[in-house]
Design a protein around this ligand. Structure first.
Ligand SMILES: [Mn+2]
Length: 236
């Protein structure tokens, strides 16, 4: 699937358009980043997600690859070599080409993702910082990602929202502190990112319509994304 996704992204980029990729779990982003490389337009990655997906096989309770996507793009030690070698020996991304935005991983020195993120010196703008002021937080993330490369891709996992606000994620974060984002915080953030000259595409992940309590939630999701991608409204 990742290889097919990469080929489709190459076609979109060669047509001079901005890819909108609808996943899928978070591993779909591997194929999208690879597509930018294959098209000769390597991208930095703004990882807008409730967790940084830094687990490797054998290190999560559930074993879901969904929680391992960024680890495999960075070729973190313990990654599955079948996945990290699809596009050659070099990692798809270096850690200085990534900014993690909106995560709710605990600042616990025992937390595995916290340990890996610290070791990699990943730049992070966690949800707690966004709650203090979304515009300031989003502009800080934007500055960092604009410095990370000539263009950036946004990976957007619906689990960055508190599940009670948008109950669609395949692997929801629990509804307890630290809380995920609100719909308004997502819209304000996306507008700031999408207005950048360096915004080069977006991947939407984890939306499982089977989880939706009613159709209205899906309508709210689509309105949130389209409103967030309204580049003309970023200054408002
Ligand atoms: Mn994710």
């Amino acid at each position: 699937m990742a290889i097919d996704t990469a080929a489709a992204v190459v076609d979109v980029l060669h047509a001079g358009e901005i890819p909108l990729v609808i996943g899928g779990d978070c591993t779909v982003t591997m194929g999208v980043v690879a597509g930018f490389h294959d098209a000769g337009q390597p991208c930095a990655l703004l990882y807008f997600d409730g967790g940084p997906d830094l687990y490797t096989p054998g290190r999560t309770e559930y074993g879901n690859l969904d929680a391992m996507g960024l680890a495999h793009m960075l070729s973190v030690a313990g990654s599955d070599a079948q996945l990290t070698s699809i596009w050659g020996d070099a990692p798809l991304l270096r850690s200085d080409e990534v900014v993690v935005y909106g995560d709710v991983i605990p600042e616990d020195p025992q937390d595995l993702e916290n340990i890996v993120a610290t070791q990699l010196q990943l730049q992070r703008v966690p949800a707690t910082r966004i709650h203090q002021g979304v515009a300031v937080a989003a502009r800080a993330a934007l500055t960092a990602i604009e410095q990370a490369g000539p263009r950036f891709l946004v990976h957007f996992d619906v689990d960055v929202l508190a599940h009670m606000h948008m109950p669609l994620a395949n692997m929801p974060n629990p509804d307890r502190e630290p809380w995920g984002l609100t719909v308004e915080e997502v819209i304000d953030s996306l507008r700031i990112f999408a207005a950048s000259d360096r915004f080069a595409g977006i991947v939407l992940t984890e939306v499982n319509p089977g989880n939706a309590p009613d159709q209205e939630v899906l309508v709210r999701y689509v309105k949130m994304i389209t409103s967030g991608l309204d580049r003309a409204r970023a200054a408002s």
